[in-house]
Design a protein around this ligand. Structure first.
Ligand code: ADP
Ligand code: 5GP
Length: 217
């Protein structure tokens, strides 16, 4: 379930030691902007009862974004305070804004044996995978460049210049993802139902397997 409260960096100060759980799973979903990550994540969450990690970001909130559900929108100062206080599991600068994953909710969810889903970029995914090698990783590909551009426009979130900047970055992101060695699965988001089934199958297989989700740090 997505929580709907404002981010309070002080909340993250307490250290939580994750307990071993064979069922907890950290699922990382990455892919170019507009490819359908959020749409897929919502469906996987709905079908499997997972939890979506709400990131901190310094990017401006758009009318399409809900505070506490899509992101916690914070100032640079607040972001830096959270980062310097060790409250972020990972962070990265994407499209000239900072994005980061609050550490504590992830550790707590995994300690409870839950499915936790991170929708983060390639660099952040590499950072998490290095700390938590049991994390399952999916990179979502568009069926074609034209479809990606169509989807970026379809969500009506940004102006055309921003859409073009995001679109221009897609090729590099895909190349980086392929060379990174971070992703176990590359899935094409053509038919939504099919790709959601594929993601659900990946999660079920990973949760059925051996291994625990604790932080190696
Ligand atoms: P992302 O989170 O990767 O930026 P979104 O989930 O916001 O992408 O999806 C971008 C747009 O594409 C949305 O309008 C969404 O409804 C649409 N979309 C997502 N997956 C599909 C699909 N398989 N077929 C058609 N439209 C899709
Ligand atoms: P958007 O602004 O479109 O919501 O997200 C832009 C990019 O930032 C996407 O690639 C998304 O996956 C990535 N992103 C969102 N949250 C995080 C985060 O907490 N950490 C990292 N590393 N990337 C993130």
């Amino acid at each position: 379930m997505r929580s709907a409260c404002r981010y309070n960096w002080r909340m993250e100060r307490r250290t939580v030691t994750p307990k071993t759980s064979a069922k907890g799973l950290l699922l990382i979903i990455s892919g170019p902007s507009g490819v359908g990550k959020t749409t897929i994540t919502h469906e996987v969450e709905r079908r499997l009862g997972g939890r979506f990690s709400v990131s901190l970001t310094t990017r401006p909130q758009t009318p399409k974004d809900t505070e506490g559900e899509d992101y916690f929108f914070v100032t640079r100062d607040d972001f830096e305070r959270a980062r310097n206080g060790g409250e972020l599991l990972e962070w990265a600068e994407v499209f000239e804004n900072c994005y980061g994953t609050p550490r504590r909710p992830v550790e707590e969810a995994l300690a409870r044996g839950e499915l936790m889903i991170l929708e983060i970029d390639v660099l952040g995914a590499g950072e998490v995978k290095a700390k938590m090698p049991d994390a399952e990783t999916i990179f979502v590909l568009p069926p074609s460049e034209a479809t990606l551009l169509k989807r970026l426009r379809a969500r009506r979130r940004e102006d055309e210049a921003t859409i073009q900047r995001r679109f221009a970055r897609a090729k590099d992101e895909i190349a980086l993802a392929r060379s990174s060695g971070t992703y176990r699965h590359f899935v094409v988001n053509d038919d939504l139902e099919r790709v959601v089934e594929e993601a659900v199958g990946i999660v079920r297989a990973a949760r059925g397997g051996e291994g625990s989700m604790t932080n190696d740090e």
